[in-house]
Design a protein around this ligand. Structure first.
Ligand code: GLU
Length: 309
């Protein structure tokens, strides 16, 4: 086994001069205030060993990475029935695109675009109050990361709710197609709170470890999902985890991953490790610019790409 600490330190050092690369998301005012020069990396191996560099212990807004945890919860509750509500094909369009949704009768392409996560959230609300669903979500992520300190940043949630006109449009659009059962305000309220979960790279890498280890978290011993389900969630992350940049991410990095507009990316090296990177500046597809580079370098230096070394 190679020296992962040396690898991660080298990547950090080599990319440090480029801190601030990309454009920080500003459509959620609270996110625009984050220091663009932040840069953190964390790797947690399936043996439970953690390697970190830079701002790995600073909490940031995980945004769309929350869609992975929400999907995992929903699959646990509803099983394969969720695919009646949302597809599992790459969208090839932006995270908040409405065009495709109209063409396809209000059924979102996959659970990792906004419309898809909104549909999954609607399912989770069946028979529950928004507060219950948010509480369950936070408890779930805390248990995955084995860390009770993880909390929602309520200012981010409020900031997004105040400016989330596009998401409101998506939700209303789906409602008009009869594709949402719950009140739009409830669905959006829960969705915004999921996105506003604040986590560090270290916490995020720990919480994704079950996906690298056939569904079982090796640090807590908890079986989170079956091996088959872990494999399937990884497949969705690989094909749909980076919006219309998913193909490029697969080409450059070759790992299942999910990005968020807060600048975080959670990546999974099956059988090896869970990896989280954070740098707020985004590339043209809305994925962390420096974070993507860091993962590309890591995949090259470890040979962890799922497509071969
Ligand atoms: N909360 C963000 C939104 O709905 C999530 C987008 C993202 O992280 O890609 O706009």
């Amino acid at each position: 086994m190679f020296d992962l600490q040396a690898i991660i330190d080298d990547i950090y050092r080599e990319l440090e001069p480029q801190r601030g690369l990309g454009k920080v998301a500003d459509y959620i005012p609270q996110l625009a205030r984050v220091d663009a020069r932040r840069f953190g990396l964390a790797i947690v191996t399936v043996e439970g060993q953690a390697y970190v560099a830079g701002d790995a212990d600073t909490a940031f807004s995980i945004q769309s990475i929350s869609k992975v945890f929400n999907l995992t919860l929903a699959l646990g509750k509803f099983g394969e029935a969720i695919w009646r509500r949302v597809g599992r094909e790459p969208s090839g369009s932006a995270f908040n695109s409405i065009v495709q949704l109209e063409q396809e009768g209000g059924k979102p392409r996959n659970p990792f675009i906004n419309a898809g996560a909104i549909a999954v959230t609607d399912l989770m609300l069946a028979g529950h109050t928004p507060r219950e669903v948010i509480g369950e979500f936070v408890r779930f992520v805390r248990s995955l990361a084995d860390d009770e300190t993880i909390v929602i940043d309520h200012e981010v949630a409020a900031s997004e709710a105040a400016t989330g006109f596009r998401n409101a449009a998506l939700a209303n659009f789906m409602k008009s197609f009869g594709k949402l059962d719950q009140p739009v305000e409830h669905v959006l309220g829960v969705y915004f709170h999921h996105c506003a979960l604040a986590m560090s790279c270290r916490q995020l890498a720990k919480s994704g470890l079950f996906l690298a280890n056939n569904g079982r978290n090796p640090m807590t011993g908890h079986s989170v999902v079956s091996p088959q389900r872990a494999r399937r969630i990884n497949a969705l992350m690989l094909t749909c985890g980076h919006y219309d940049g998913s193909g490029d991410f697969a080409y450059q990095v070759g790992l299942p991953g999910k990005s968020g507009v807060g600048g975080g990316i959670l990546a999974v090296a099956p059988g090896k490790a869970s990896i989280a990177v954070w740098s707020p500046g985004l590339n043209d597809n809305g994925n962390s610019a420096l974070g993507s580079k860091a993962l590309e370098m890591l995949a090259q230096r470890t040979g962890w790409s799922v497509f071969g070394s």
